[in-house]
Write a protein that binds this ligand. Structure first.
Ligand code: SF4
Length: 432
């Protein structure tokens, strides 16, 4: 039992790297510490605890974590530094060796942080991660993030996430629905469903992701839901059809393709081929012609020859998506991909990434142009850039308008007329 008196007047700062799931978890950690009497430090205050929630998706992510830890330690030299997240789970000794780190917490331990204050490293094998702690948290923007699932059973050849987050597991639909209702009562308008492999939802509760989508659609207090990244083989036709008729689920899909070459998909141990992926996109475009479709791709994986890349690029050129998220392959210790030859040179990786980013820019502009003259509901966020505020429509089009605090977290009907090609945004005047 923790003596919470010990923590009175103590302050914490939080720093999160990586995915939406990490942001949701940091927020849950913050709530937990607040409940124990440790409040969030205000800007300029020196903290007693620093919590860094790390990512380890690439080598660069590890480097950014190390830099962040050193920077935060400089800002809060007296604070007790706690590092958790994927980098901490995968390389606890390395993280513990970073100057200023007091405690390294594994994925199984992070939600019981205060029980480990006398440890130096508290990390147990990820195989033991069986529990699932659902969380619904307000992100740094206006939306809420509902963590519905964690872990992954897929073992794609290049990925370390299953080693960092463990096996696929999820919350119960009834609990998640309650959390969504509560977020709505707190004033939330939009919820993004997050997880590592959300389409795999239901493994531990005997439910399905489609069951979850249907149950959430009935939550009256929330106006909009977004499904975040979902594996193409798990985005079933029934889900696409349901979204097409739903008032609440946004016409916005984020689907990892990873490569437009069938040979490379095999090397990656992905569970579909390009023909399947194309049919999925066509299904979406037929039922939801205005849907925003974001697609993840990785360039420069081991085994991706010039011929494969050219083939992949041609495939992508023909595909009606709205944006590419281009990732450059980075070697991860312990992955099967390390046995594949040939290795792509850093310069070639950079060149391939550049080409796909150019393609992405063209596709996004063309999608925005196709939306000129249409009307949508925009949810304005609280962030301010110069004298402007921004928001997104249900089909994920970025809107900018003159800053007006009364519009924050409001859903407002807008007509898309004034397209700013250079910034890829629509500028809206709300005052006629
Ligand atoms: S589906 Fe593949 S890429 Fe995604 S988390 Fe699982 S193993 Fe990694």
């Amino acid at each position: 039992m923790i003596d919470t008196h010990l923590f009175q007047d103590k302050k914490a700062v939080y720093y999160t790297l990586g995915c939406k799931l990490n942001f949701a978890e940091t927020s849950t950690l913050g709530k937990y510490l607040t409940g124990q009497g440790i409040r969030k430090a205000l800007a300029g205050e020196k903290a007693d605890f620093c919590v860094v929630n790390t990512c380890s998706v690439t080598e660069l992510a590890d480097k950014k974590c190390r830099q962040a830890i050193r920077r935060i330690k400089k800002q809060h030299p007296e604070a007790f530094m706690i590092v958790t997240g994927c980098y901490a789970q995968l390389k606890p000794e390395e993280v513990s060796g970073i100057e200023g780190v007091d405690l390294v917490l594994g994925s199984n331990q992070k939600m019981n942080l205060l029980d480990h204050l006398t440890d130096k490293i508290a990390v147990t094998p990820i195989k033991e991660a069986k529990t699932f702690i659902p969380s619904c948290s307000k992100g740094d923007r206006t939306r809420y993030f509902l963590k519905v699932q964690d872990g992954c059973d897929y073992y794609c050849s290049y990925c370390t996430i299953p080693f960092a987050r463990g096996r696929s597991r999820n919350g119960k639909i009834a609990d998640l629905v309650r959390m969504a209702e509560q977020a709505g009562r707190e004033g939330g308008k939009e919820i993004v469903l997050t997880g590592v492999n959300i389409g795999d939802f239901g493994k531990t509760t005997g439910e399905t992701f489609f069951d979850l989508v249907q149950a959430l659609d009935k939550v009256e207090t929330i106006e909009r839901f977004r499904i975040s990244s979902i594996e193409p083989n798990l985005l079933t036709d029934e889900i696409v059809e349901f979204v097409a008729h739903s008032e609440k689920f946004a016409p916005h899909f984020h689907i990892p393709l990873q490569s437009g070459s069938d040979d490379v998909l095999k090397l990656m141990r992905r569970k579909y081929n390009t023909a399947f992926f194309k049919s999925k996109i066509e299904k979406i475009k037929t039922l939801l012609p205005d849907a925003f479709i974001g697609v993840d791709v990785i360039v420069g994986v081991r085994g991706e020859t010039d011929k494969h890349f050219e083939e992949a690029k041609r495939f992508l050129e023909e595909l009606p998506f709205s944006q590419l998220h281009v990732f450059t392959y980075s070697e991860r210790p312990g992955t099967m991909a390390l046995q594949i030859e040939p290795v792509v040179s850093p310069r070639e990786k950079q060149e391939r990434s550049k080409q796909l980013l150019l393609l992405s820019g063209e596709k996004t502009k063309s999608f925005y142009r196709s939306q000129i003259g249409t009307t949508h509901k925009v949810l304005f966020e609280h962030t301010r850039r110069d004298s402007f505020m921004q928001g997104f429509t249900e089909n994920y089009i970025k809107i900018e308008s003159v800053y007006d605090p009364n519009r924050i977290n409001q859903l407002i009907d807008v007509s898309l007329e004034n397209f700013n090609e250079e910034q890829t945004t629509f500028i809206i005047s709300l005052y006629g």
